[in-house]
Write a protein that binds this ligand. Structure first.
Ligand code: 3HC
Length: 300
């Protein structure tokens, strides 16, 4: 199947950068969000990111402008769905919202359109079941920051057709990504399960007062060669995202071990979501630079 037009639902950190990845690869791409303000914010951030790339010689001004020219923005989901060959849903990690989106997509997208979700919490069977095209639905999961990270996970559910899997794997390669195929659904997929194991241990070490979160991050970077430590990574991904994923996984599995760690819940309830709110485990200046907080060990 020939894909020309891609629709991204949700213009948060993930949706916006996924849209830019598609536009850079030559696809006509629409970013849809219920909030016009969020769309404006996304455009500003993407323009700044492209200008930075031009400054650094990573791409020419013409390449950046051409890609930005292939991006359009809308709040109207049915209109945007009507011309999409492939959709990537990157809305908030709440199942009822995703199902509502998929219902609308199924009603308005052309019959040939493939509908994917960027969710790593919900296997796509959960959204496929509200559509009449389950064979054309799968997960297409990107990593933050999507413009940089090469991996995408393609996850099929029982009814996803081979043709859909093939088209989505080919699409991922055409975006310059390295797709990993999961043959069946499992909460967290592969990469987040690996990351979750490290994060759980890091939170335990911190909460038990064994080491400060700064030192645990340092160990991950300097002993294991990770590009950033687990606390820095939570701040980058968003503590709200990390919290909601764990909460949803708990609701999916009923396993109390999956509940968000109390230290994570404490920051979530305080509205400290990480880099995007200027404070999480660390504090951030307006230009995104990290400054440690004075609190070095867990409150006991
Ligand atoms: N958006 C786009 N590009 C970014 C970026 C961002 N937020 N942050 C960094 N970059 C790019 C820029 O090109 C930057 O160079 P520039 O500042 O000169 O323009 C370049 O990366 C290098 O950045 P830095 O010098 O600031 O820092 P690093 O060398 O440490 O690289 C990183 C930043 C790529 C984010 C790297 O630290 C990294 O790979 N971290 C791990 C990220 C990770 O594990 N992601 C997975 C998260 S899990 C997930 O997303 C799943 C979901 O389901 C929760």
């Amino acid at each position: 199947m020939q894909i020309q037009n891609i629709l991204i639902i949700g213009s948060g950190a993930m949706g916006a950068q996924i849209g830019m990845v598609c536009a850079l690869a030559g696809y006509r791409t629409t970013l849809q969000d219920v909030s016009g303000e969020a769309l404006e914010q996304a455009l500003k951030q993407l323009e700044a990111r492209m200008s930075r790339d031009v400054e650094k010689g990573r791409r020419t001004r013409a390449e950046a402008d051409d890609a930005l020219g292939r991006l359009s923005f809308t709040t109207l989901l049915p209109d945007a769905a009507a011309w999409a060959d492939l959709v990537i849903e990157a809305a908030t990690e709440k199942l009822h919202i995703k199902q509502e989106v998929f219902r609308t997509l199924d009603a308005h997208a052309p019959a040939h359109a493939i509908l994917t979700t960027n969710s790593s919490t919900y296997g796509s069977s959960k959204v496929a079941e509200v559509t009449g095209r389950a064979e054309k639905v799968c997960n297409l999961h990107f990593f933050n920051p999507a413009l940089v990270m090469a991996c995408v996970e393609v996850v099929r559910h029982e009814q996803t057709s081979d043709e859909t899997v093939q088209t989505v794997m080919d699409l991922a390669r055409s975006l310059g990504k390295e797709p990993v195929l999961l043959n069946r659904e499992i909460p967290g997929f592969v990469a987040n399960r690996l990351m979750g194991a490290i994060r759980d241990e890091a939170l335990r070490l911190y909460a038990d007062g064994i080491a400060s979160y700064e030192d645990i991050d340092t160990a991950a970077r300097t002993a294991l060669g990770h590009p950033m430590g687990p606390f820095e990574l939570m701040d980058l991904v968003g503590l709200d995202v990390s919290y909601l994923i764990r909460q949803a996984t708990y609701e999916e599995t009923g396993d109390e071990n999956e509940l968000p760690h109390p230290e994570l819940a404490r920051l979530y309830r305080a509205g400290n979501y990480g880099k995007k709110t200027g404070e999480g485990w660390y504090r951030y200046t307006a230009d995104g630079a990290k400054t440690p907080k004075t609190l070095k060990t867990a409150a006991r």
